[in-house]
Design a protein around this ligand. Sequence first.
Ligand SMILES: Cc1cc2nc3c(=O)[nH]c(=O)nc-3n(C[C@H](O)[C@H](O)[C@H](O)COP(=O)(O)O)c2cc1C
Length: 132
Amino acid sequence: MRQLLYVSSRPPSVPEVSVGNILMISRRNNDAAGVTGLLYTDGTRFLQVLEGDEEPVAATFARIKADPRHHAVVILSDRTITTREFGNWSMAYRLPTDEADTFDGKVARLLAGASDSVRATFTGLIATRRTA
Ligand SMILES: Cc1cc2nc3c(=O)[nH]c(=O)nc-3n(C[C@H](O)[C@H](O)[C@H](O)COP(=O)(O)O)c2cc1C
C-alpha cells in the first residue's frame, strides 16, 4: 500500500473553501476506491494523508492536485506501508478546535525529515488546535 502526505494552501483568489463539500465527495469516492486518510485544515492550509493501494491513491491524488480550491501542493512523505496507520476512515477530519490526538504524533513522525518551514506549518496547525 501507499501512504502519501502533502500540504497545500488556499489561493488568495479563493475566498473560502467548503470543507463540508470536500469531505462529502471524498468520503464517497474514497470509500469506493478503498482509500482512507485524514485531513487537517484551518481553512487556509491543508494537510492530508492518503492511504490505500498504489493505483487508487495515485488517481485520487491526481484529482486533488488539479483542484483549484488549493494550490502549492507539496508532497512531504511518500512511502510504502503494510498496514494503514491512520485508521479506516474514508476521510477523517481534524478542526483547529478538536482535541489533540494520537494522529498528531503520527504526522509529526512522518515529518521528521521535512524542512523546517514544513514542520512549522504543521506545528502551526497543531498549536492552533491545542490552544483553541
Ligand atoms: C484539500 C482537498 C482535499 C481533497 N481530498 C479529496 C479526497 O480525499 N478524495 C477525493 O475523492 N477528492 C478529494 N478532494 C476533491 C477533489 O479535488 C475533486 O474535487 C473530487 O475528487 C472530484 O470528485 P468527482 O469527480 O466525484 O466530483 C479534495 C479537495 C481538496 C481541495
